[in-house]
Design a binder for this molecule. Structure first.
Ligand SMILES: [Zn+2]
Length: 510
């Protein structure tokens, strides 16, 4: 037997705001130390956080952070905590620990015996537990914003920051409202004005593309702060610094074009939705619906008609999809944000010489072999005689049917959310329905993209020599062609192996 014992950290956390079931810190400590004794581990340090929520990312847990740093520094090989709730309830942090357990041999055990991240079963248990914890937080958030939800259901203007064009009370501010309406009109018309050009016009820049019908307005954050200061001074408070006037950003313009309130829809933002990666879908999800799934109208005057608003959303959806997944002109590498991490399914980013999963750190690969491998697969696909069969055609009736079905499914999610909010159903029922509908919606959106993508593939598919056309195409077109045919997932390269192994690039046809 080795005389060198495993060095362990003990992590303890007490939250004062919850019923601890008599689980005082001493008891946590005793249980953890017993584990160490039983396993013959040497406890090198105890990390104790007091009264810090494990779910709120903004709350600081100094001992936890110190422990992470000490682990990175190689101070110990094992962590003992009383249960996973004490350690973390954030799935992402948990995934980091699971990675450490899998890749670097970290031993993570809980004193209540529920999870041992050194085993498959323990890892699965940990993931399930983290998912449930997230569900509890979502549920709590729903309760806390019940009053806001009620306001929205009554069609009253939401509290908080006013949008451009409306006063906090919901009254229309005429000169701003005109600008909002004109922004929607310009963007909705076919070959409409680019968002950046609208932002330029608002910023007072007379660029070639900037539409003349949009006047210069002071930056909205500046206007809001000036108004806020007027209220503060009326209450006898000191004014806050006013941000200087500066250019409007595209994302501000995008936020305006996405806002359902302008079409008269009553809106409500579920706190747990805000951090959702898929913001685009959330703009629809913000629209409050009645029992039949019909949008509830706000008690304010719409600035644009529904059809214009919906048209703008469709145009934005197409743009978002293309920019997110295949990039417009900014991408320098074939696979940035297009390939996915084979472990967590999140988009891969490019760094100096390779691709990596920057969110989870699961995959770090060098670039050239992977890109050449993918390009070669696409060339082989383009050389096949059945290429004509996949040529996209614009099928209007089907596009309309897809649109209707997406709406219908969004309505179902809304009704499920409603049942959940009313405590008619449980969280797992709601999640099951939501996930199933979202999966179906994603498929429909993919189909819609395929039906409408024809022109975006740079004529490669219809070319007389598709392979040559592909090789001659610019990077953005190549990326769209790849995206059209397949999903590329990168798996971690096996350790200690030289050379490129094609089995580490998983290509799934679409
Ligand atoms: Zn990953």
């Amino acid at each position: 037997m080795s005389t060198i014992s495993i060095r362990a950290a003990v992590y303890l956390r007490v939250s004062l705001d919850r019923n601890m079931d008599g689980l005082a810190i001493d008891r946590q400590r005793d249980d953890c130390l017993k584990i160490a004794r039983d396993r013959g581990w040497q406890v090198i340090e105890e990390y104790v956080d007091q009264s810090k929520s494990a779910t709120d990312k903004t709350k600081k847990r100094p001992a936890y952070d110190r422990m992470v740093a000490d682990y990175e520094a190689g101070n110990f090989e094992a962590i003992i905590c009383w249960d996973l709730d004490r350690l973390t309830r954030q799935p992402r942090q948990l995934e980091d620990w699971i990675d450490a357990a899998k890749d670097r041999g970290l031993k993570l055990v809980t004193a209540n015996g529920e999870a041992d991240l050194t085993t498959d079963g323990g890892r699965m248990y940990a993931r399930v537990k983290a998912a449930v914890a997230v569900g509890e937080v979502e549920r709590k958030a729903v309760r806390q914003s019940r009053a806001q939800l009620q306001r929205a259901q009554q069609g009253r203007a939401p509290k908080g920051t006013r949008p451009l064009g409306y006063a906090t009370s919901g009254e229309v501010i005429a000169h701003e409202a005109q600008v909002v309406a004109e922004m929607f009109r310009l963007f909705a018309i076919s070959n409409g004005t680019p968002i950046a050009a609208i932002a330029s016009a608002l910023s007072g820049k007379a660029g070639a593309e900037a539409p003349r019908s949009i006047p210069h307005l002071p930056k909205f954050s500046r206007t809001l702060m000036i108004e806020r200061n007027e209220r503060r001074m009326a209450e006898g408070l000191d004014p806050k610094p006013v941000p200087p006037d500066g250019p409007w950003t595209s994302s501000t313009v995008l936020g305006i074009l996405r806002n359902p309130r302008y079409a008269g829809y009553s809106v409500y933002t579920n706190r747990s939705d805000r951090s959702d990666k898929n913001k685009r879908r959330n703009w629809y999800a913000q629209i409050i619906r009645d029992e039949d799934g019909q949008p509830i109208r706000g008690q304010w005057d719409p600035l644009v008609d529904e059809l214009t608003w919906l048209t703008v959303q469709e145009r934005l959806n197409d743009q978002t999809r293309i920019t997110n997944r295949t990039g417009s002109t900014a991408r320098k590498h074939l696979g940035s944000s297009l390939y996915l991490c084979g472990i967590c399914d999140r988009p891969i980013t490019a760094h100096s010489r390779g691709y990596r999963c920057s969110e989870g750190g699961h995959v770090t690969r060098s670039r050239p072999h992977i890109d050449e491998f993918v390009l070669q697969l696409i060339r082989e696909r383009l050389a096949r005689p059945d290429l004509q069969d996949v040529l996209p055609v614009r099928d209007e009736p089907r596009l309309l049917a897809i649109q209707a079905e997406i709406r219908e499914r969004q309505g179902r999610i809304k009704r499920a959310q409603h049942d959940y909010d009313e405590e008619i159903t449980e969280a797992h029922d709601f999640r099951r329905i939501r996930d199933r509908q979202n999966a179906a919606i994603a498929d429909l959106e993919a189909e819609r993209l395929r039906l409408s993508v024809g022109n975006d593939l740079g004529g490669v598919l219809g070319a007389s020599e598709p392979v040559k056309a592909f090789d001659d195409a610019d990077l953005a077109v190549k990326r769209r062609v790849i995206d059209f045919f397949c999903t590329v997932r990168l798996l971690p390269a096996p350790r200690g192996r030289k050379g490129f192994d094609p089995s580490t690039v998983a290509v799934a046809p679409k």
